[in-house]
Design a protein around this ligand. Structure first.
Ligand code: MIC
Ligand code: SF4
Length: 647
């Protein structure tokens, strides 16, 4: 039987397990990336493994999330990451050099290679034909040390593209259409491959917009073929030598196929508060939805071609008086090329506020909307509260829709940008001075790692107890995101290296009393609905509950990265065998689990449901979805303890 692109890359990197869907497989990892908000923990974890130099082909540490420096904390984290990177063989991308995913595919990504990154949008690299996967910091630390990266072997989903985009429709509308069809749960357990005649009509940055937002489908990753367009892009980046051709075999088999005719797509928008709540821009325009703020940028839509389209649309015009417009170019390369061709002047003169090349408003680092404001963003997530304004309405749109609406002050369907105003030049400006090479081995041995006072050790993990009786501290509904569990934003993000302080904000948007109640109880259980832990790869959403004494999370289903992070932290993820049993469990009541070790081994556990009055109300079945390796890890007290015990 023929192979898909992903199956070929997996086969070439397989070091453990069999490629049968659902089986755990271990992959050799060629490249890793980290960003600063997850990177400090990942490097503390790497340091604790005692390995002097990374064993990957290329590891890059980016600073892009946390660049406000409103206190010493961010700057100290940057210094720590720079010094730890220099010492251990890791390239360091300075603050201001750009958003990790954008810079990585421009300067480092290679078709056919494996990449894991401590950021859920790492799949962006699939746009140039990498097998690029988002992971928790501990998994990245282990991969830097040369260990395998483990995932359940995914099923394959093909998106067959035909036709060509027309009018004001863009790559963002393709992925919004996929989200409309599949929902935020639709990609769980799959790798998504793009195929069909429509593929060759899409340039690399457009492909990267699509693979980037595949994260919102819950997919393991998304991948495009590596073809002449990929070669042209790498050549323009002075990296033709990195190109290899990659395509699926004609007789490759897919578990699911969906079709999209690009010619029929119209501009779309994801409405509050979920990326799959998709409507047409025409519909929102007809409703007369007014716009207060427009933000253009993020790892989804900050390429040079996106920025030039926006500049073409804004040139010689002025944004509406009621609109505040921010633009963050994705990388220094994009920024300097915008300056070089004059497009930057057009953006400034039209009234845009130009921000640093960083995540910025996407992760709530400034630019929060006004009260009850409507914000149109070219980003990938519009979860409740993520913008920093809880009652804001955030819509996710293409750069074209964003620019057209910034000009009118209300939702406006865009026309295609006039390609004769600006077009992407044949060659990019290449200047890698924003990336600092690691020290050679002799110098590295002497080099010191600098840690500021805000950098605290990660919490102590514990071997799995054989009996757990704990209060249900919080009961939640479906689709709880990591932004609910461990919010980000300007106030909280500086404490990503300080779990005790961070813990005060756990579940703040859902229940501000959670952290105190959990700490007072000393031990606890969280109960969730479907797709618990979707969104970010932040392992803080597991490390903080661990610190607060959470022993298990019981849900109807889990998002992949978060479930892995819980196990890595030594917290037991359990799934209701009968979903209806969710109704029996009350917040303030308790769950009692006996013979936990045997149950984990067998994959099924019995739990007594205890009501608030202390009486046993029912006995229910819970199951685990754990590979043998993960069972051992839980018994050992998490990934680091397990890895150290294997040495
Ligand atoms: C995000 O988009 O939510 C983030 C911030 O990039 C996260 C990583 C983090 O929480 O640091 C992600 O997507 O993994
Ligand atoms: Fe940064 Fe936003 Fe991309 Fe996350 S989604 S990496 S915060 S730009």
């Amino acid at each position: 039987m023929g192979k898909t692109i992903a199956q070929k890359i997996i086969a070439a990197h397989l070091i453990d397990g069999e490629m049968m869907p659902g089986n755990e497989i271990g992959l050799k990892i060629d490249q890793t990336l980290t960003q600063d908000a997850t990177g400090t923990m990942a490097y503390l974890e790497f340091e604790s493994m005692g390995i002097p130099r990374v064993r990957t082909e290329r590891s890059v540490a980016y600073i892009d999330h946390n660049t406000l420096q409103s206190g010493f904390e961010n700057a100290d984290d940057h210094r720590y990451i720079q010094s730890v990177a220099a010492k251990h063989g890791i390239w360091y991308s300075r603050p201001g050099n750009g958003i990790c995913h954008q810079v990585h595919y421009e300067r480092f990504g290679i078709p056919g290679k494996t990449l894991i990154g401590s950021d859920s949008h790492t799949p962006t690299g699939g746009g140039i034909g990498m097998l690029a996967i988002g992971a928790g910091g501990m998994d990245v630390a282990v991969a830097m040390g040369g260990g395998a990266y483990y995932i359940p072997m995914p099923k394959m989903l093909k998106v067959e593209l035909s036709g060509e985009l027309s009018g004001g429709a863009s790559a963002k509308d393709i992925i919004l259409e996929v989200l409309r069809q599949l929902t935020v749960k639709g990609g769980v357990g799959y790798i998504i491959e793009y195929a069909g005649p429509g593929v060759k009509t899409l340039e690399v940055p457009q492909r990267c917009t699509i693979t980037n937002m595949g994260a919102e489908l819950g997919a393991t990753t998304s991948v495009f073929p590596s073809d002449e367009k990929t070669r042209a892009f790498l050549t323009a980046q002075g990296r033709e030598c990195d190109w290899v051709e990659l395509s699926s075999d004609d007789d490759a088999e897919y578990d699911k196929v969906i079709e999209i005719d690009l010619g029929k797509l119209r501009p779309l928008a994801a409405c509050p508060h979920s990326p799959d709540n998709v409507k047409s821009v025409a519909e929102l325009a007809a409703e007369g939805v007014k716009v207060d703020q427009v933000c253009i940028g993020s790892c989804t839509n900050s390429s040079l071609s996106d920025m030039l389209k926006v500049a073409s649309m804004l040139k010689g015009k002025k944004i509406a008086d009621g609109v505040s417009l921010s633009i963050s170019p994705g990388s220094r390369q994009v920024y300097s090329m915008l300056a070089e061709c004059g497009a930057l002047t057009d953006l400034i003169e039209a009234g845009a506020r130009i921000l640093e090349c960083a995540c910025g408003p996407c992760i709530g680092m400034g630019f929060s909307p006004n009260s009850a404001g409507v914000s149109l963003r070219t980003f990938n997530r519009n979860f409740l509260g993520r913008s920093g304004t809880k009652d804001a309405s955030v819509y996710l749109v293409s750069p074209e829709t964003a620019a057209a609406s910034a000009l009118t002050g209300c939702f406006t369907e865009p026309e295609a940008a006039d390609a004769s105003v600006y077009s992407v030049p044949e060659n990019f400006r290449i200047n890698d001075s924003g990336v600092i090479a690691p020290l050679d081995e002799a110098d590295a041995a002497e080099a010191e790692v600098v840690k500021g006072p805000n950098i605290k050790a990660f919490p102590e993990t514990h071997p799995l107890a054989d009996s757990i009786e704990s209060e249900v501290i919080l009961k939640l509904e479906d689709n709880i995101t990591t932004d609910h569990i461990m919010p980000a934003g300007a106030k909280i993000l500086p404490y990503r290296s300080n779990i005790p302080h961070l813990s005060k904000f756990c579940f703040e948007v859902v229940d501000p009393s959670f952290a105190e109640r959990a700490k007072a109880a000393g031990t606890g259980i969280i109960v969730g609905g479907q797709n618990y832990g979707q969104g970010s790869s932040r392992e803080h959403a597991a490390l903080v509950p661990l610190y607060l004494g959470i022993k298990a999370v019981v849900a109807k289903s889990f998002a992949r990265i978060h479930a892995a992070n819980l196990v890595n932290a030594g917290i037991l993820p359990l799934i209701f065998v009968n979903e209806g049993d969710y109704e029996l469990v009350e917040q303030g009541g308790a769950l009692k689990l006996e013979d936990v070790h045997k149950g984990v081994e067998a994959g099924v556990l019995t739990a007594k449901v205890i009501g608030k009055d202390g009486a046993v109300k029912a006995e229910i079945q819970l199951r685990t979805e754990l590979a043998e390796r993960q069972k051992k890890m839980l018994l050992a007290g998490g990934l680091l303890k397990y890895t150290t015990s294997q040495k």
